[in-house]
Design a protein around this ligand. Structure first.
Ligand code: SF4
Length: 216
């Protein structure tokens, strides 16, 4: 028979969701604190952070930010007027690549410091806990992606180069065909510049193989 503590508690899924929402609120708060003094909005600060990692088209930037093309366009327009971003010809005639100016790189460095507070908290977990959390995040992000709640992310588990559980080494059972190297769960990437989406059937087969030993 369930005791009082059990029946008085919310389901664990709801408490986990509540915990994630609290972490989201912390990030939002830090984004405002970091962006405000620089005279940019959190969305603009995030755009600077993404472009600091690599130049991108407007569509790719909107997908990374998880916002509409119109919202991304507004943010980029402001950053261009402030002299923080320049538009350069893209790979074809009609496309444009967004790139940070020197001033944009300098601001991205400062505005991009806000996630450090979360990194420091995550680093207090032991390595096994960090890997378990990474696996849970991979599973959650993949599900959100499949439901259309977030744009496709450049994760190993959806990559055409990902070959799960092809090696005997329990520390490094997976293989990246792009880098031609074995790797373990703790090196799974959520945002890999070399990622290319695998066809849906390949993704499904890889996921079944990846989760076959209780990895996620
Ligand atoms: S190319 Fe990148 S995303 Fe793809 S399997 Fe290799 S490390 Fe993972």
């Amino acid at each position: 028979m369930a005791d009082g503590f059990d029946t008085a508690s919310e389901p664990v899924a709801r408490r986990v969701t509540s915990g994630l929402a609290k972490i989201g609120a912390v990030l939002k708060s830090w984004a405002w604190k970091a962006a405000g003094p620089e005279g940019v909005t959190p969305t603009q600060a995030q755009a600077l952070g993404h472009l600091y990692q690599r130049p991108a088209s407007l569509g790719a930037l909107a997908a990374q930010l998880g916002v509409s093309a119109a919202t991304a366009s507004n943010a980029v327009g402001t950053l261009v007027r402030k002299g923080l971003v320049v538009k350069e010809p893209g790979v074809n005639k009609r496309s444009v690549t967004l790139r940070l100016t020197e001033a944009g790189e300098s601001m991205a460095n400062r505005a991009g410091e806000w996630p450090d507070v979360l990194s420091r908290a995550v680093e207090t977990l032991d390595p096994e806990e960090q890997t378990a959390m990474l696996l849970s995040l991979v599973k959650l992000i993949r599900m959100l992606q499949q439901n259309g709640a977030i744009s496709p992310q450049r994760m190993c588990v959806t990559c055409r180069y990902f070959q799960p559980r092809v090696h005997q080494d329990p520390e490094r059972p997976h293989h990246c065909a792009y880098l031609d190297e074995p790797f373990g769960d703790r090196l799974l990437r959520l945002d890999c510049p070399e990622q290319v989406d695998a066809p849906p059937e390949q993704q499904e087969l890889a996921w079944q193989s990846f989760t076959s030993s209780g990895a996620a």
